[in-house]
Design a protein. Structure first.
Length: 313
């Protein structure tokens, strides 16, 4: 194994949790690498404004991501963005990370901060019109729908916040939710209800997305009746699936696939920690992700130190 691919700790995922962990491990003089399949930032890159991270009354998600990445690099972290991970194995006490490029990295400790992927509606038309009116990122695609009516599917923080964001482009935003009440934070709900461009369609199940060259309408069922809504785009925010499947070794997880950890972010496998959105937890916020990463970094440093002491003995 090429020594250049041997590390003290490998961090898979370059969002707030992974970057916070990297900052701490690097400051503790551990040889650290961060791997991410895209640009650094994770879910921060899908957020226009961040207004609930201590110290920043308001900051662009992309700007905060840049600051976190620069901070980690300052302490010598080997940051490899656009470097997708194929799989993670365990050989004794060594964690083996194989990249889609064919490269292989090794370390005694690994922090999984891989987040997740959007959860799909799995209705006819969703895959067919992905990129032609179906989107999972308002910040990325909102500007393409200027002066059009849009549908947002979901009722949590992301759906309500991104629906509000889309009104800067759209003529009207219809938030379609399958339940009678939204699940978002009250402050987000109040903001959305005060926005004259937003209306709500409750107790509704999207059944089909229809179009020609692009999306033209959404078919849904409400109170047993089939209905249609003419829209130019459909933005889907119904949660996401954690990227826990990267691990070839079994770790304890809940029924939704989120990894279960102890208070130190340790998984059921020695030397592997899980942090951020891939972990089972009460809430998914930037502040909690950073806390997860910090805790895991300190625990991992203690683990590595114990391994080195045992080897010397």
């Amino acid at each position: 194994m090429d020594a250049v691919n041997e590390y003290d700790i490998i961090i898979v995922g370059g969002g707030p949790a992974g970057l916070a962990a990297a900052l701490y491990t690097a400051r503790m003089d551990l040889k650290t690498v961060v791997l991410d399949r895209g640009p650094l930032g994770g879910q921060l890159l899908n957020t226009e404004l961040v207004e609930d991270y201590p110290g920043f009354e308001s900051i662009l998600g992309s700007e905060l991501a840049t600051k976190m990445g620069e901070h980690a690099r300052k302490f010598g972290v080997d940051v490899r963005d656009f470097e997708p991970v194929k799989e993670i194995d365990v050989e004794g006490t060594t964690k083996v990370v194989r990249l889609e490029s064919g490269a292989e990295l090794r370390a005694p400790a690994l922090i999984l901060a891989a987040g997740g992927l959007p959860r799909y509606l799995s209705v006819p038309g969703e895959k067919e019109y992905w990129g032609r009116g179906v989107s999972y990122c308002a910040v990325c695609d909102g500007a393409f729908f200027k002066d059009q009516e849009l549908a947002v599917v979901g009722g949590g923080d992301a759906a309500v916040e991104e629906g509000d964001f889309l009104t800067r482009y759209a003529s009207k935003v219809h938030i379609i939710h399958r339940r009678e009440e939204l699940r978002a934070q009250p402050i987000l709900i109040d903001r959305a209800r005060a926005n004259p461009k937003i209306d709500f369609i409750f107790d509704a199940q999207v059944k089909q997305i229809v179009g020609g060259d692009k999306v033209k309408l959404v078919r849904y069922e409400q109170h047993g009746q089939a209905k249609e809504l003419a829209v130019g785009g459909v933005f889907i925010f119904i949660g996401f699936v954690p990227n826990s499947a990267l691990l070839n070794v079994h770790v304890d997880h809940d029924e939704a696939g989120y990894i279960v950890t102890d208070r130190n972010m340790q998984t059921s496998v020695d030397g592997i920690w899980a942090v951020g959105d891939v972990r089972a937890q009460l809430t998914k916020q930037i502040a909690t992700a950073v806390g997860d990463g910090t805790t895991a970094a300190v625990a991992a440093a203690m683990y590595i130190s114990a391994l080195k002491d045992a080897a010397r003995a």
